[in-house]
Design a protein around this ligand. Structure first.
Ligand code: CUA
Length: 331
């Protein structure tokens, strides 16, 4: 009966994987970019070869166990001995070598195709910096800095440089590419060329401290026109209004960590807030970017994301209202 339990559980596992394409993270069985597709096909090849080996070895074993099971009284006749058979020695040397050769060359081919692609002229480039616990995205050619929600054009290759501000993270959006480690002072590179518009989800995939699970990656894939529109909007500086909220923001230690382009606020420890209202979530995907949540976050960031570097500023109710109103203007 045990074997049926195992088979049943495996079937359940596979159906769960297959259904995962409805999950926000998307199914790894439905790759939607060239690197993910190449890695998926390699996985299928390796699984097929290993599966065939399992079937042959398991089948032969089952056959031998059944065919030569004990029948009648035990005899002590020695079975025929094969020691020194050239045919057998050659077969079990050459076949594994061939298998290893195929697996090695296929892996090397996919690895170099995924790793060695050079940025083409005009391609979007993004410097990705992993922080405890959020993602910073800087578009060096476009002079844009944003956080947690990356925008890229559909159908074109976007090139990512990965670096970390603190510990080792790992950038992984399953439907776009495999995992790439994000290591301090050791820049890594990857590229993605999403085939369909939409939002692709990923998460940090290397344990990086208390809030490792809350480093959500959102990749917003847009048509060229929508992307250009987003770029144009992101390039604008914040207007200086001298509103009470703006004054409060500039008078507090917010400016030591956050940048709002256009205002004397150029801290680089926390997310750039110049267009914070264009992002759908805050705290790296942990909560929706609503007025109530912004207020809750400012009231006690540690209650929402324990251990993060945003301190509790002990703001008064008036300051909270002013700051929320000010943040709402950063579109
Ligand atoms: Cu960053 Cu795990």
């Amino acid at each position: 009966m045990k074997i049926f339990t195992v088979l049943g559980l495996s079937a359940f596992g596979f159906s769960t994987l297959a259904r995962a394409q409805d999950h926000p993270f998307g199914s790894i069985l439905r790759p939607l970019a060239t690197p993910a597709q190449a890695e998926y096909e390699l996985t299928l090849l390796v699984a097929a070869i290993c599966g065939a080996i399992l079937l042959v070895v398991g089948g032969l074993l089952a056959y031998v166990v059944f065919r030569f099971r004990e029948r009648g009284p035990i005899t002590h006749d020695e079975p025929p001995q094969l020691y020194g058979s050239n045919q057998v020695e050659i077969a079990w040397t050459v076949i594994p070598i061939l298998i290893v050769f195929v697996l090695t060359t296929a892996t090397a081919r996919v690895t170099s195709a995924v790793q060695d692609r050079e940025p083409v002229k005009g391609a979007v480039k993004i410097n990705v910096v992993g922080h405890q616990w959020w993602w910073e995205y800087t578009y060096p050619d476009l002079k844009i800095t944003t956080a947690n929600e990356m925008h890229v054009p559909v159908g074109a290759a976007t090139f990512l440089n990965l670096d970390s501000a603190d510990v080792v993270h790992s950038f992984w959006v399953p439907q776009l590419s495999g995992k790439t480690d994000v290591i301090p002072n050791r820049p890594n590179h990857m590229w993605i060329d999403p085939k369909e518009t939409g939002v692709y989800y990923g998460n940090c995939a290397e344990y990086c401290g208390a809030q490792h699970a809350h480093m959500l990656i959102r990749v917003v894939v847009e048509s060229k026109e929508d992307f250009d529109e987003w770029v144009a909007a992101q390039r604008k500086a914040a207007p200086k209004t001298d509103s009470p909220g703006e004054k409060t923001f500039l008078s507090l230690s917010c400016v030591d960590c956050h940048t709002v382009r256009g205002l004397p606020a150029s801290g680089d420890q926390g997310p750039n807030l110049t267009h914070v209202m264009t992002r759908s979530t805050i705290a790296a995907g942990q909560i929706a970017n609503t007025k109530e949540n912004l207020r809750a976050w400012l009231t006690d960031p540690q209650a929402i994301k324990a251990g993060n570097y945003m301190p509790n500023l002990d703001l008064t109710s008036v300051q909270l209202d002013q700051l929320v109103d000010f943040l709402q203007t950063l579109k």
